[in-house]
Design a protein around this ligand. Structure first.
Ligand code: ADP
Ligand code: MG
Length: 260
């Protein structure tokens, strides 16, 4: 059955960023952002990814969806090797919500337009009218009534902009959402409303989430399993309820000590 296929599977994935080498007298050198990472995200779960700043979380997220190339290893999405996947279908089924939707939103487009455009580009709406209707439905799902569709991102609060970013992602009817520190730019009470929304949408739409975050209490309470990255290596993976267990790997305990 299709349910047996992992939503996402990384096998021995390594990523080097090569920098420098421009101009004279400078050497090119590689930063190993991910080092032999293997992990599986099951369909329907919330997989938490934690690790200190620079440990490779965002690199893993971007590489998994094909936004950046990997140096070695394999990635499979819903049982199909990334390199063999239909690029357009992958871009639809694999969506991102970033820390600050403001940087991902086009300031010159109404929010209705910027939700509608990818629907047409990625083949989810047959025409403009249909795309706009679907955009309205997505906005309603995130708690923004149709009156918001004609407004511009600058007219929204930070929390509302995150809702627009989420609406744009779910309008495409994805299977997997990567949430890369989706509430880090928001105040605490707004963070809670966004997480409530994300849980509600997950239940309604049958989504799978990878949640990157640094609030460990939230990670523990929302996630099913958690993976810990340190300097590009996956230290361990465990059930989220075991995050604060004394059995955790020393690197995980060091991370807990640093944050708590
Ligand atoms: P995190 O999201 O956990 O904070 P990142 O994945 O952003 O970590 O970064 C992991 C490592 O890769 C860091 O050392 C970072 O400096 C490096 N890195 C990330 N993106 C690039 C890039 N485009 N070019 C060069 N180095 C990068
Ligand atoms: Mg990051």
């Amino acid at each position: 059955t299709p349910g047996d296929k992992p939503m996402l599977e990384l096998r021995n994935v390594t990523k080097d960023f090569v920098t420098g080498g421009f101009g004279t007298g400078r050497h090119r050198y590689a930063v190993r952002a991910l080092d032999d990472v293997s992990l599986t995200v099951h369909r329907g779960e919330i997989f938490g990814l934690i690790g200190e700043s620079g440990s490779g979380k965002s690199t893993l997220a971007r590489l998994a969806g094909g936004l950046i190339p990997r140096t070695s290893g394999t990635v499979a999405f819903d049982g199909t090797d990334l390199d063999r996947s239909d690029g357009r279908e992958l871009r639809r089924r694999f969506q991102y919500v970033f820390q600050d939707a403001a940087t991902a939103l086009n300031p010159r487009l109404t929010v209705g337009e910027q939700i509608a455009r990818p629907l047409r580009r990625l083949g989810k709406a047959a025409n403009r009218k249909q795309a706009i209707e679907q955009a309205h439905r997505a906005l309603e799902l995130v708690g923004l009534n149709a009156g918001y569709a004609g407004r511009y991102p600058r007219e929204f609060s930070g929390g509302q902009r995150q809702r627009v970013g989420i609406a744009r992602a779910i309008a495409l009817e994805p299977d997997l959402l990567i949430l890369d520190e989706p509430t880090s730019a928001l105040d605490v009470s707004t963070q809670a409303t966004i997480f409530d929304l994300l849980l509600d949408l997950k239940a309604k739409l049958g989504l799978t989430y990878v949640l990157i975050g640094h609030n460990l209490a939230i990670i523990e309470s929302l996630c099913d399993r958690v993976g810990v990255l340190r300097e590009g290596s996956l230290v361990e993976t465990f059930a989220a309820g075991e995050l604060f267990s004394p059995e955790r790997h020393p690197d995980t305990r060091a991370l807990l000590d640093a944050v708590l």
